[in-house]
Design a binder for this molecule. Sequence first.
Ligand code: ATP
Length: 237
Amino acid sequence: MTMLLNIEEIDVRYGRNHAVKDVSLNIADGEIVTVLGANGAGKSSLLKAIQGTVKSTNGSIIFKGENINRWSAPKRVQSGLVMVPEGRQIFISMTVEENLLMGAYSRKNVDVTNEIETIFERFPNLKERRNMSAAVLSGGEQQMLAISRALLARPTVIMLDEPSLGLSPILVKQLFELIKEINSEGLSILLVEQNTHMALQYADRGYVLELGNIVASGTPADLLADEKLAKAYLGGD
Ligand code: ATP
């Protein structure tokens, strides 16, 4: 398997707060990799550092064999590394369709009409509301819109920051099925989740972050077999 993304010993600091400490992580082509950990463990900071919206102070980020440390966030998006932030961050002053068009912004002058129609076929609820303000969407629909918008950037790796947050169990299940589907279409996925149960059910591998440090990594079976871990982070008993 080719390694698509190699994170090597990166740090993120906010002044004196050392949020991500010497973290290494990799994703092979086609993998679903999850990052688990409690509130404040540094999960969002790690994703933001990979996207380039916060600065990593050490180490390197290698994407498709290239060191992208110095690349701006837009350049990283353009090269296929796309993050769906926590809380969806859709544009509520825009229509559903305009939100989707924004996703293709980095691709410059590409006609995405057909891609948008394909998305509407997949999500009839979005189609019905295509000309309405995105503010009318439910939480689940907003998450679908946020993921669809990211897909329009044509990512190779999609990074999802707590996508299941605030969704009902049925919608959480639908969301994970969607993640599996886009993964089977060829996308690699880096998934930050607090819903460890679901994340480990769908991921190929996982990492556990504690106060900025990776304290464990492995297959879901490996992680669940570690009693101490299971008890502390993985909802086991
Ligand atoms: P959550 O699930 O609550 O989002 P997380 O695991 O994603 O948690 P981060 O949001 O990355 O954790 O936060 C890691 C640490 O960095 C925390 O101590 C947090 O208070 C701090 N932090 C995050 N963002 C900033 C910021 N912009 N400025 C200063 N400190 C920050």
